[in-house]
Design a protein around this ligand. Structure first.
Ligand code: HEM
Length: 146
């Protein structure tokens, strides 16, 4: 993937405004609510039976932060996202058996959270750079399935 200086700047400008704990919690909560079948992967997290339970679940809170922190690390390795996420991809494929379609869903939910949070700063140009990063992220996480 080739990144222009403008794209890198846009992606970093978005990430500077992200709070991995708060926004991670919101992203994972939304994923589990909007796509309820994703709950099946988190059977060890306890009660996910309704929105209030999901939103108040400490493990969801902790895991949302973990996921967004990994995305932040991937941004720091933007010139080799595929290599950086190779082990994490294999883990999702071979140990966790996560359907890779769900990576795209999570990435889309994160765009909604970011758009709501950033407001007018999430310009079409910034969003385009972010969507390109999302595509690289989803491809990298899906790579270990093949
Ligand atoms: C675990 C990142 C998407 C299900 C993890 C871990 C990270 C991570 C960093 C911890 C790995 C470890 O402890 O070694 C990501 C990223 C994603 C993503 C960056 C997408 C952008 C998903 C999706 C699902 C999922 C969409 C399911 C719908 C899981 C599960 C675990 C896990 C079940 C193990 C949780 C546990 O028992 O602690 N993920 N993940 N992941 N992920 Fe993902």
């Amino acid at each position: 993937v080739h990144w222009t200086a403008e794209e890198k700047a846009a992606i970093n400008s978005v990430w500077q405004k992200v709070n991995v704990e708060k926004d991670g919690h919101e992203t994972l909560t939304r994923l589990l609510v909007v796509y309820p079948w994703t709950q099946r992967y988190f059977s060890s997290f306890g009660n996910l039976s309704n929105i209030t339970a999901i939103n108040g679940n400490a493990k969801v809170h902790g895991h949302g932060k973990k996921v967004l922190s990994a995305i932040g690390e991937a941004i720091h390795h933007i010139d080799d996202v595929k290599g950086f996420l190779a082990d994490l991809s294999k883990k999702h494929a071979r140990e966790l058996h996560v359907d890779p379609e769900n990576f795209k869903r999570l990435a889309d939910v994160l765009v909604i959270v970011l758009a709501a949070k950033l407001g007018t700063a999430f310009t079409p140009q910034v969003q385009a750079a972010w969507e390109k990063f999302n595509a690289a992220l989803v491809a990298a996480l899906s790579h270990g399935y093949f």
